[in-house]
Design a protein around this ligand. Structure first.
Ligand SMILES: [Zn+2]
Length: 432
């Protein structure tokens, strides 16, 4: 279900909001979107800098787009705007094309309402944002207040709503949500008919997920790595070549200062200091305390057509360096590149490589070394090792179950059509 998805999704950008660093309001952390497909399935999507600049002018709230080349990940653990256990990340390679002729039945908005009298049990629940509906019974003006947690004044507006069972609720809007709320219009229209408002993205709640849709694509079962020049592979599309392996013969030109990291014993991902111990940064793992130093050797290497970055992890690096990572750490001062590693400079190797997973997330092209096929003597370039004798490292068998499955949740989606109703939206930061 998670992975890189090259297919095309037709979706409406139902909501878009910018998420700034709470400690630095000039720093955009990410752009968030709620996307809806024509069946009403909804999903949270995020765009991280620096590609926020690229997509900002391309996507308008409310418009429908065909998007391709996205990353599908497990959803965030907190502050989910819709019920879905996966999330979409835009990448440098994501394409966005506006759909001009939108089918009339294409859903516009999505929400999942919580009755007001059920809200108290959701107060400390931060997994989901909460959506509420009610008739407006009061709107305050915008006034400056100074919350205890902050140094400066901020703007606040309170909207009071009441639901069908006559329970009242104050919805507090902050800053631009306060100023952009169409108070005057609602007040004017309210003279003739009750004004019904939906607030989305306000609180938190837990939820179960159902399987609604399946996305699948076919991959060939077997790959045989072919020899390529660096310039032939570094400009290829990392989505459409994500599991392809190539052979390259390259000379090591540069070695990165950081050559090892603290890896989680369970999943091998990076572990960061956590009090007196370490915690895995992989959110689906989160293991505390169990770490191992592991090689992560980043080198720049190339041939006559160009150069690029290659990453050698763990045992692959050890085969090249010929010593264990523990021994090298013990024998060398911190932040020093050991001689055993600098000795690799100017050497020529034939590697079996493929795009790193990080290529798509970071937007920086790099290749991971899957196998060291040959070391080529200086001044005495050896012919490549024949493919037949290296078949175990050149042929990768894919298991049959390598299809991507996405399981978006089917949301309650309907549009209020009564002339007596209006829908207006306000999003986080808003407190109930
Ligand atoms: Zn882990």
């Amino acid at each position: 279900m998670v992975g890189n998805y090259s297919g095309c999704l037709c979706i409406r950008a139902s909501r878009i909001w910018d998420f700034y660093d709470p400690r630095d309001e000039t720093k955009l952390l990410h752009i968030d979107l709620v996307l809806i497909d024509k069946e009403g399935n909804s999903i949270h999507a995020q765009i991280y800098p620096p590609i926020t600049e690229m997509f900002k002018p391309l996507i308008k709230e409310g418009s429908v787009y065909n998007i391709s080349f996205i990353q599908v990940k497990k959803s965030n653990r907190m502050y989910k705007p819709v019920k879905n256990d996966i999330i979409i990340n835009f990448t440098r390679w994501t394409t966005v094309e506006e759909v001009v002729e939108v089918p009339t039945a294409f859903p516009v908005i999505t929400y999942s309402l919580t009755p007001i009298d059920k809200l108290p049990s959701h107060v400390e629940d931060r997994e989901y944002f909460t959506d509420v509906i009610g008739t407006v019974t009061g709107i305050s003006g915008v006034s400056p207040v100074r919350p205890r947690s902050q140094q400066a004044d901020t703007l606040k507006r309170t909207v009071t709503i009441r639901d069908a069972s006559n329970v009242s609720l104050d919805v507090v809007l902050w800053v631009e949500r306060a100023t952009s709320f169409p108070a005057e219009q609602l007040h004017k229209d309210g003279q003739n008919s009750p004004q019904i408002v939906i607030f989305v993205g306000t609180l938190v709640r837990s939820y179960a997920v159902t399987l609604a849709q399946q996305l699948a694509y076919n991959e060939p079962n077997t790959f045989v790595a072919e020899h390529r020049k660096v310039s032939d592979i570094k400009y290829l599309h990392p989505f459409t070549n994500k599991k392809t392996e190539w052979l390259v013969t390259v000379k090591v030109m540069k070695i990165d200062k950081s050559w090892w990291y603290n890896s989680c014993k369970k999943c091998l991902k990076t572990a960061k200091p956590h009090g007196n111990t370490f915690k895995c940064t992989n959110h689906t793992c989160n293991t505390i305390g169990a770490i191992n130093p592991r090689y992560k050797l980043a080198i720049t290497a190339g041939d006559e057509t160009g150069d690029t970055e290659f990453i050698l992890f763990g045992r692959i690096a050890q085969r090249l360096i010929k010593r264990t990572v523990d021994a090298l750490i013990a024998d060398n001062p911190p932040r020093f590149i050991p001689d055993e590693i600098t000795r690799l400079l100017e050497k020529v190797f034939t590697f079996n490589v493929s795009f790193t997973e990080n290529t798509i997330s970071s937007g920086n092209v790099s290749f991971q070394v899957n196998a060291i096929v040959a070391e080529i003597d200086d001044g005495n370039p050896l012919p490549l090792t024949p493919i037949g004798s290296q078949s175990s490292s050149l042929v990768l068998s894919q298991s049959a179950g390598s299809s991507v499955q996405a399981t978006p949740e089917k949301d309650i989606t309907f549009t209020l059509t009564s002339p007596a109703t209006r829908t207006k939206r306000a999003r986080s930061p808003a407190a109930l």
